[in-house]
Design a protein around this ligand. Structure first.
Ligand code: ADP
Ligand code: MG
Length: 714
């Protein structure tokens, strides 16, 4: 996947500009100022605006006569404006109007809306919707919604009305958004073309695109909305699944990877390295991975497994198969600390082996690094461990065969693209010679998510922990119970066990929180755990400092490690049996689940204490899921339900556009249907060249232009 395969993004010269591409700014009533507010919501064109859907509709009841108004009830009235006047302070006058219908008189008042004085003409007919109050013994509405009815000569509508409520900002309230979207819909009408082929519309019983779009904004009844939503959600999901299917196909036909074959002899030699028998789950995923590696088609596989399930061992197995085939393997971790830890772990297994291996740090002595780079380029280094930063640098590999990325809980689809194009520097054939590719993650990803975000990856799951693990007991600690919780931590330290105290330094740049963590170290050593030897680990420390603290903790010279989440995700210290997570309510459940995996590493039972001062009952209920289950998938589903995919993935930068309509929790069936349909479409018409696929092709281009660099459709 690289830029060379981008479809031409400039439109052909002859093509007339579509009204959908018209900048929002040139719509009637928008102008530069509002255009800015719209842009802040990601709305820059007419096309964007007509897909800016209301999140609900308010029901305005049918109009009623003024003499039937009931105090405190919401009501709709159609009346004639008798007079309009400004009242109150000169700087911020209120606008008060008197209105009349055949049955009586009422007033309406608008605060902070001087423009209302211009909108209301004496003698004009208006429709008002608002709650009924009272003023000088007449009915009144405060800040009612107004619709001018004069001028078009039509009979005023007598039915109830559905008013769309749009996502809005402080500067641009929903009512104004509604007016702008209205203008966009008028502008776009006629240019809204069907994207789905007739056969699909029929098979899935879907509304036409134009009908669905209009219905989202102005449904004839509330009951009509779900069908419109279903149609548009399906379209979003289908487009994504098509993009994925096309990418897969592109890789299958254009990219070549080296064949890295396993054999009983290699297998036996590798297994001898491990001081334990692999679990059944490990053996199963190893079979899946090695089958992939033995093919020319590049492997793109996601290896999922809970923390401590033994992914590193599987990764090393795959790496050694590559090395046995005289190819290099790069193992990349998200941080320097984790890279160092991987390297140390791997070194332990490889003691006495002839596999040439190195840890390629970001810093360190210049000359040493230069020599390593040279060796890597010459193919004189079999196994290179480093951080993902290596991808951005110009590290050249002589014979790269396998790349393993340990994503922990952060994913970056965009980084994957970099990685795929990297090996071209290796001097292989200029076509698309790529290494096999394995991503490891400890976040169990619900099927719906992996089908979308990671749809182009095959998935292997290690669903079993190595024997002899005891489950981590998790408890919620409310403020009154804190003293008792610290007592338990002290007791464990007295027994010679070690503890983590985790602080929510969410952003490494968050100076305020950092200070809190630093102060906490002192408080911990002095008052909470007096006498304990306490170390601090956070992302702002120099690498050497981090390594130093880590190795002291590993060696048992520190009892307690106060750490930020950024750092310790993959840390493996079996003697650490207790973890106290401060402000647990600020984390996602999956992140907490991974954190607590750090204390289930040895044979002694782990304890995870979730300190949750803030967040109230809702937070407590959410955290309770962790106390009740250790099933990472259940926890991830829960996270997905509560916090949405962006949060679960730990980053919103996952490279895919956000869905406007589809919902990954609720639309599972629709997603499955879209995936099947996409597979069928691509199999039948791999370039989407048939005339009935022109709409899909155009829409794919529009949506995935820069995002996905593989849409090989002309
Ligand atoms: P992960 O990377 O999935 O969190 P690791 O690969 O780091 O898990 O393994 C966790 C611990 O379990 C390590 O100490 C490792 O030596 C041990 N381990 C891995 N596989 C097995 C196994 N089959 N039997 C016993 N111990 C194992
Ligand atoms: Mg690991």
């Amino acid at each position: 996947m690289n830029a060379a395969h981008l479809p031409g993004s400039a439109p052909p010269a002859a093509q007339r500009p579509s009204p959908l591409d018209k900048p929002a700014q040139y719509l009637r009533g928008v102008g530069p100022h509002r255009a800015k507010s719209l842009a802040a919501m990601g709305l820059t064109t007419v096309g964007d605006l007509i897909e800016h859907f209301p999140f609900r509709h308010e029901v305005e009841p049918p109009p009623q006569a003024i003499d039937t108004l009931v105090l405190d009830e919401p009501a709709t009235v159609i009346a004639e404006v008798q007079s309009v006047r400004l009242q109150g302070p000169m700087r911020r006058p209120a606008v008060r109007a008197t209105l009349r219908d055949a049955t009586g008189r009422m007033s309406a008042v608008w605060f902070n809306a001087p423009h209302m004085a211009d909108r209301l003409r004496t003698g004009g007919l208006v429709r008002l919707f608002g709650r009924v109050t009272e003023h000088n013994q007449f009915a009144e509405m405060v800040n009612p919604r107004v619709q001018r009815l004069d001028g078009d000569g039509r009979e005023p509508p007598t039915a109830a009305r559905l008013v769309p409520v749009y996502p809005a900002t402080g500067k641009l309230p929903s009512r104004q958004v509604a007016v702008i979207v209205e203008a966009a819909l008028r502008e776009a009408d006629g240019a809204i073309v069907e994207t789905l082929p007739p056969a699909l519309l029929a098979r899935r019983k879907l509304l036409g695109r134009r009908e669905a779009l209009l219905c989202m904004h102005h449904p004839p009844s509330l009951e009509a909305v779900p069908e419109a939503r279903r149609r548009l959600a399906y379209e979003e999901l289908l487009l994504m699944q098509l993009a994925i299917a096309l990418a897969r196909r592109w890789t299958a036909t254009n990219a070549r990877a080296p064949i890295l074959a396993n054999s009983p002899c290699i297998d036996e030699r590798i297994r001898r390295r491990f001081p334990f028998r692999l679990t059944a789950a490990q053996n199963r995923v190893i079979a899946e991975i090695t089958a992939d590696m033995a093919r020319e088609r590049p492997m793109t596989r996601l290896l999922q497994g809970d923390v401590g399930s033994g992914k590193t061992v599987v990764a090393l197995y795959a790496a050694l198969v590559a090395v046995a085939n005289r190819r290099q393997c790069a193992i990349l971790a998200p941080t320097e600390v984790l890279a160092a830890q991987h390297f140390n772990g791997i070194n332990r297994y490889l003691e006495g082996s002839r596999v040439r291996r190195c840890l390629l740090g970001g810093r360190g002595p210049r000359t040493g690094r230069a020599r390593l780079l040279e060796a890597i380029a010459e193919g004189a280094m079999d196994l290179v461990v480093g951080t993902q930063a290596l991808l951005e640098e110009k590290v050249r590999f002589g014979a790269l065969g396998l790349v393993i990325v340990d994503e922990q809980h952060k994913f970056g689809v965009s980084q994957r693209a970099t990685l795929r194009s990297k090996p071209r520097a290796s001097g292989g054939s200029p076509a698309a010679f790529v290494p096999h590719y394995l991503v490891m993650t400890a976040t169990p990803i619900p099927r719906t998510l992996s089908m979308t975000i990671f749809g182009d990856l095959d998935v292997s799951v290690i669903d079993e922990l190595p024997p002899g693990r005891s489950r981590v007991v998790t408890a919620l600690v409310r403020p009154p119970e804190e003293a008792r919780a610290w007592l338990e931590v002290r007791r464990r330290i007295a027994r010679g066990e070690q503890a983590y105290i985790v602080y929510p330094l969410v952003e490494e740049s968050d100076a305020v929180d950092l200070k809190a963590a630093v102060q906490e170290v002192e408080r911990v050593g002095r008052t909470l755990l007096p006498g304990a030897r306490v170390g601090l680990l956070h992302g702002r420390m120099k690498n050497e400092e981090k390594q130093e603290v880590m190795s002291r903790f590993v060696a048992g010279q520190l009892d307690v490690l106060v750490a930020t989440t950024v750092i310790e995700v993959g840390v493996d210290v079996p003697n650490a049996t207790v973890m106290a997570i401060q402000h647990a309510e600020r984390y996602g459940l999956s992140a907490l689940h991974q954190l607590r995996g750090r204390v289930g590493r040895g044979s002694r039972p782990g304890l995870c204490l979730l300190f949750a001062g803030g967040g109230g009952e809702a937070a407590a209920r959410r955290l309770d899921v962790l106390c009740r289950t250790c099933d990472g998938f259940r926890i991830a589903e829960e996270d997905l339900r509560i916090r949405g995919p962006g949060e679960l993935l730990g980053t919103r930068q996952h490279g895919w556009p956000e869905f406007r309509v589809a919902n990954l929790v609720e639309d599972v069936e629709l997603l499955t249907a879209a995936r099947d349909d996409a597979a069928r479409l691509v199999a039948a018409d791999p370039r989407l060249a048939a005339p009935e696929h022109a709409g899909l092709r155009a829409e794919l281009r529009r949506r995935f232009r820069e995002k996905v660099a593989f849409i090989d459709v002309a």
